[in-house]
Design a protein around this ligand. Structure first.
Ligand SMILES: [Zn+2]
Length: 321
């Protein structure tokens, strides 16, 4: 597989050292979508002891004392009841972004540090989501998580979203198109081919394979995949995904992150060219005046940026498995 990259070199005189310093910017092109990512290897000035909000004072519709009265009901599958599984509770999303738009609260506790989110909590949330998805007739579905404000979440209480629509999200559509093209030309699934060829990017192999993508879409991007459809995932598959998420979050926490996004996207019934794909990225840590990582080149010009080579991320995160 040919991977495309381009190098920029920028230099400046640093009066503190009296030297002209040169920095390399590596621009990588995603082998399947062509989407670009700029890698500038340089640590970010992350807060050592971030000033966290007082989560205990936050008003929250997902806390036990309000969820029964405030949780919006899903009218398509759940009816008037709130679907539950241990700590997980499924509700309609009152800010829907697609025809199917749900939120699932996954913990009883209002605030949980990322290294304390449990396998069981993810498992129950995913099982509720998958049960629901199985009762729809969409071709693809998406499950996401935005954790804390830097990741775009308006509510701190840990929750995931489930979405399905006739019209996919922009990158999903390009991903499918690219995957179809790759399959047509090479006679095999892109993810299997990447896994076989780029061992340096591997993080973990089990039922799911986890690796760091060539052109990361954010800090410490890890991607996982399984060659199944969402309707075919069994409990052991979901358990393994949940366990791996907990391990990656453990790594993020050690690195000083406290906020993240993830997404699970896949066909309901297995397809040869596209597996179920899981993506997770760390976001800038929440702090009193946190610095957002989506600046002009990302927001206006659709260019990804990260500060570490994915092969280095793989090397480090592997240690947590
Ligand atoms: Zn809450």
């Amino acid at each position: 597989m040919e991977l495309r990259r381009s190098i920029d070199r920028a230099s400046f005189f640093n009066p503190a050292t009296g030297n002209v310093e040169e920095l390399e910017i590596e621009i990588r092109f995603d082998p399947i979508t062509g989407k670009r990512s700029r890698i500038l290897v340089k640590p970010l000035p992350f807060p050592k002891n971030p000033e966290m909000p007082d989560f205990s004072r936050e008003w929250c519709p997902f806390c036990d004392e309000r969820v029964e009265n405030m949780g919006a009901r899903d009218v398509r599958v759940a009816g008037k009841e709130l679907l539950k599984r241990n700590e997980s509770i499924l509700m309609a999303n009152i800010s829907p972004y697609a025809e199917i738009s749900l939120v699932i609260r996954i913990t009883k506790a209002h605030y949980v540090p990322i290294n304390e989110l449990g396998e069981r909590q993810f498992f129950d949330g995913f099982m509720l989501a998958l049960d629901y998805i199985g009762k729809t007739d969409f071709e693809f579905a998406t499950i996401t998580m935005n954790y804390l404000r830097p990741a775009g979440s308006s509510i701190s209480h840990p929750h995931i979203q489930v979405m399905a629509s006739k019209t996919l999200f922009d990158l999903q559509e390009r991903l499918i198109k690219g995957a179809e093209g790759f399959y047509r030309e090479n006679g095999r699934c892109f993810w299997d081919a990447f896994w076989d060829e780029f061992q340096e990017n591997r993080v973990h192999e089990g039922r799911w394979r986890f690796f760091t993508p060539f052109a990361p879409r954010g800090f410490e991007h890890v991607q996982g995949y399984i060659r199944k459809g969402l309707n075919e995932l069994d409990e052991a598959d979901v358990e393994e995904l949940s366990k791996c998420i907990v391990r990656i979050l453990g790594a993020y926490s050690e690195m000083g992150f406290n906020s993240f996004n993830f997404g699970v996207f896949g066909p309901l019934d297995a397809m040869e060219h596209i597996p179920i794909v899981f993506d997770i990225v760390a976001r800038t840590p929440i702090d009193r005046y946190y610095q957002n990582d989506v600046f002009a080149i990302a927001k206006l010009y659709d260019e990804n940026y990260t500060n570490r080579k994915p092969e280095e991320t793989a090397k480090e995160i592997k240690n947590y498995f």
